[in-house]
Design a binder for this molecule. Structure first.
Ligand SMILES: [Zn+2]
Length: 60
């Protein structure tokens, strides 16, 4: 009996930012995956905001 939580209903975007270019974003994406695995959606939302706001120092 498996009961999966439908993620679409939670309003969490599936699109992942291009994190490979930035070490910090890479780490954030990893943290987000861990939070997702725990079902910690408020943490996921926090990390999504951090990712969106990250200035990406490596880029110019
Ligand atoms: Zn970044």
């Amino acid at each position: 009996m498996t009961r999966l939580t439908p993620r679409a209903q939670l309003g969490i975007p599936n699109s992942q930012p291009a994190a490979a270019e930035c070490d910090i974003c890479k780490a954030l994406v990893h943290q987000r995956q861990t939070a997702e695995a725990r079902g910690d959606w408020s943490k996921v939302a926090d990390i999504n905001i951090e990712l969106r706001n990250h200035p990406h120092k490596g880029r110019q």
